[in-house]
Design a protein around this ligand. Structure first.
Ligand code: FAD
Length: 467
């Protein structure tokens, strides 16, 4: 029998139930609570970080400020004063001197700080508590286990922010994209003061490792290898990577293994109306060192969608699709950048670890733009939500079957461009016609032409069959 909540201090019904109180879940909770929504976070209390010490690049701070998260992230993190270097393309160290400092996150302390902030914003956090069953359709009654008892929480909408562990345990999720199986091992190293202020990534034949000197003494060392090495224990491969990394690290193998995690990049979706946020939506390759940054910025994308859906329930499906596109585009951009970064390590190009990761995702239609174009005959058309400053607005979207719909390319609205190529025209004539549209004539012709090229690459404009 269902036992209702008997803790008077907990709300019987919430606007949003967030499963998982890591960076994604806590940031989402604070942002929603700040706009007056009743939010409950359930977190099982088990910190599962890949590395207890993470970095946040200086370039992330501007996006975090825009999302309203900059202040709390700065207050909860430390300034990263390390000198960053890489032994990547060559054995010599290349130092990166950006001039601006990023941040260093002590996971655990950082997560606690974000959850405290969410509570100050008005969210409730139940910890330790585990979501064990979620309702179909992403709303309704969720079963939460707290201290051996089951509680039922009624939620208007549910966000899953459970990290990189499979979402499928809770919802019928599907992995739609996945990188090579990857494992990451994090070690704690005893105090060795002379390397304290250095962070260094080193390529080795069977993986790479990342040394993060701890300004308080000692260091963290993360080694990343293939998770499916045949016939050889993973730990032996990890030791080889550390050995190769050279005297700077090899001499410090009095290292204590802290965590070993699956770190395979992958993107998931669920057909059941949930919001997937942070690593639960898309886990980046650890080489990016940007998963927490994405979790925080993605929380703001989800918060905007959830606010829209709570205000207008008819838009819920479109708002979820908008957030899913955000995750998709970011995941693909990261996949391309990471592959380009792996492919720079030419000296190990033949080794399986590097060969598997250096292939760029295929991009269709990278030849010359045809002289004449026409709108593809099988385009699907329907409304979609797109972001316009701080709100989501309905706009006509266009897609090929099974592809993500497109409403805009950068700032360019695609509807007038597709209308201009309703029948075959030269690119110049189509651009001249589209340029009459009030949405486009204020834009530079190079920007609009670039959008035509993107539409052709995406297959929404094609070369006419009979010209
Ligand atoms: C080796 C390695 C190094 C990395 N280094 C960096 C870096 O330097 N910089 C960076 O930005 N990113 C880095 N990342 C990525 C970063 O760690 C993740 O992207 C980030 O933790 C994602 O945050 P999240 O909130 O989505 O998930 P998580 O941090 O995993 O949080 C999920 C939370 O949900 C809880 N939970 C899970 N299931 C349930 C359930 N059923 N009920 C209740 N609670 C549940 C968990 O206990 C946890 O608290 C690294 C990753 C790896 C593997």
């Amino acid at each position: 029998m269902r036992r209702p909540i008997d803790d008077d201090s907990l709300p019987a019904k919430v606007d949003c139930l967030i499963v998982g109180g890591g960076p994604a879940g806590a940031a989402l909770a604070g942002l929603l609570a700040r706009s007056g929504h009743m939010v409950l976070v359930v977190d099982d209390g088990a910190l599962r970080t890949g590395s207890p010490l993470e970095t946040l690049m200086a370039s992330a701070l501007q996006s975090l400020d825009r999302c309203g998260l900059g202040e709390i992230v700065r207050a909860t993190a430390e300034v990263d004063r390390r000198r960053h270097g890489a032994r990547w393309d060559a054995d010599e160290v290349a130092w990166r001197d950006e001039g601006r400092s990023g941040l260093c996150l002590r996971r655990g302390v950082f997560d606690d700080g974000l959850r405290d902030w969410a509570v100050k914003c008005g969210a409730r956090v139940l910890r330790p508590a585990t979501a064990v069953e979620l309702p179909d359709g992403g709303q309704g009654s969720a079963r939460i286990r707290v201290a051996g008892r089951d509680l039922f929480i009624e939620a208007n909408t549910i966000a899953i922010a459970t990290g990189r562990r499979s979402v499928a345990v809770l919802a019928s999720a599907e992995i739609v994209e996945q990188g090579p199986p990857t494992a990451a091992f994090a070690f704690q190293i005893e105090a060795e003061s002379e390397t304290g202020a250095v962070a260094m990534v080193t390529a080795a034949p069977d993986g790479w490792c990342w040394w993060i000197g701890d300004e308080r003494g000692g260091a963290r060392l993360v080694a990343t290898v293939d998770a499916d090495t045949l016939g050889e224990p993973l730990r032996a491969v990890v030791d080889r990577v550390l050995e190769y990394a050279g005297s700077a690290f090899g001499g410090r193998r009095a290292a204590v293994l802290e965590t070993a995690v699956r770190a395979t990049s992958r993107r998931a979706t669920t057909p059941r109306g949930y919001w997937l946020v942070g690593d639960a939506a898309a886990t980046l390759d650890p080489l990016a060192s940007q998963g927490t940054e994405k979790a925080l910025v993605g929380a703001e994308s989800a918060a905007l969608g959830i606010r829209t859906a709570l205000a207008n329930p008819a838009l819920r499906g479109l708002a979820i699709a908008q957030h899913r596109r955000w995750e998709h585009e970011l995941y693909q951009a990261h996949a391309r950048t990471t592959a380009a970064f792996y492919s720079r390590v030419g000296r190990f190009a033949e080794r399986p670890f590097w060969a598997r990761r250096s292939q760029l995702p295929p991009s269709p239609n990278f030849g010359a733009l045809p002289h004449r174009l026409v709108r593809a005959p099988d385009l699907l058309e329907g409304p979609m939500l797109v972001r316009h400053t701080e709100e989501l607005v309905l706009t006509p979207g266009f897609a090929r079957l099974a592809a993500e719909p497109i409403a805009r390319i950068g700032r360019v609205t695609v509807a007038p461009l597709l209308a201009a190529f309703a029948r075959p025209r030269s690119v110049a004539d189509g651009l001249a016609i589209a340029g009459q549209d009030p949405r486009l004539f204020v834009m530079g012709s190079a920007v609009v032409r670039a959008a035509v090229v993107e539409l052709w690459r995406a297959g929404l404009l094609i070369a006419p069959q009979i010209d």
